[in-house]
Design a binder for this molecule. Structure first.
Ligand SMILES: [Fe+2]
Ligand SMILES: [Fe+2]
Length: 306
């Protein structure tokens, strides 16, 4: 593995989030997790603007340096992120409202703004680079959705949405919130998004392609580490409060793990974990995701169930 990947996960601003996946001490279950208010303050210091990115070189790379087959192969990752960011933006409102303390709600409100910015980032990348024919955000989302796996729909529109719909009508159902945070922050952001980001950024850095995309996507990854750090703190606190919450975390992980695994792999990829996509095998990708989950679960006080 080239050291661009190592140097990125060692970045001071990434580690400042206290996401346990970035801390070796988490292997022993130790991490100095930031408080909700400290995470809020970090959000104030870690702002960035989609409008500041210049996609001129990215447009040249996409049409002139990246071949048609590779453009098609890249559409799986791009589409999963673009649509995934739209889904998590839409689902976070009821979770924020159901959070039991004001400090949690303040942080989750910043996260809603972040997720909306991530949608705007992909929308701007698609339109400036000319990735699709469609014009307008809704139209682009519809066109790019054709590249998704069926399991993507199960994860977001069934497993996550069912919990969020419950919270929308029963905001005091703390067990439903624990399950929703497990699926949202630990699996979707922690295992899937941060793993995909890690390998997609790494591949582009090695190839020297899409510089503005890499810059923006690195900012997205930093935001995700901050979100996952919130999830780790929340789940550790609630797991210590009530053993039923530990059971809820395990139940949610057990239910989503097989689906999450299928989302990591494009539907056109061969059924062979040793085959390389963008320079890494599916097995390596899965190992990276599981290591991150294991560290976070240890810090929360659980043994990884997946
Ligand atoms: Fe996001
Ligand atoms: Fe996020």
């Amino acid at each position: 593995m080239p050291d661009t990947a190592g140097s990125r996960t060692a970045r001071v601003d990434f580690r400042a989030t206290s996401d346990p996946a970035l801390l070796e001490s988490a292997d022993r279950g130790e991490a100095n997790l930031l408080t909700y208010r400290e995470l809020y303050s970090l959000w104030e210091r870690q702002q960035w603007a989609v409008q500041d990115l210049d996609f001129t070189q990215d447009r040249i790379d996409w049409h002139e340096r990246i071949g048609a087959d590779e453009r098609y192969a890249r559409m799986y990752g791009l589409s999963s992120f673009f649509v995934g960011e739209q889904r998590v933006t839409a689902e976070l409102g009821p979770m924020m409202r159901a959070a039991p303390s004001e400090d949690m709600r303040i942080f989750l409100s910043t996260q809603i703004a972040d997720e909306a910015r991530h949608v705007a980032f992909f929308d701007r990348f698609y339109s400036e680079v000319g990735v699709l024919h469609a014009d307008g955000l809704d139209e682009r989302l519809a066109e790019t959705s054709e590249h998704l796996n069926p399991e993507f729909g199960v994860l977001f529109d069934e497993l996550l949405k069912r919990r969020v719909d419950r919270l929308a009508v029963e905001p005091e159902d703390l067990e439903a919130l624990v399950e929703a945070v497990t699926i949202y922050h630990m699996v979707i952001e922690g295992m899937l998004a941060l793993t995909g980001q890690h390998f997609i950024i790494d591949y582009n850095e090695r190839e020297g392609t899409l510089p503005a995309f890499v810059e923006g996507f690195t900012n997205v990854a930093r935001d995700e580490h901050r979100h996952v750090a919130f999830g780790a703190r929340f789940l550790r606190e609630l797991a210590r409060e009530d053993p039923r919450h530990v059971t809820a975390i395990q139940r949610a992980l057990g239910e989503v793990a097989p689906i999450a695994e299928a989302v990591l792999k494009p539907k056109w990829a061969p059924d062979d974990d040793a085959v390389e996509l963008f320079g890494v095998t599916i097995a390596e990708t899965r190992a990276f995701a599981l290591k991150a989950l294991e560290r976070r679960m240890k810090v929360i006080g659980l043994v990884a169930a997946a």
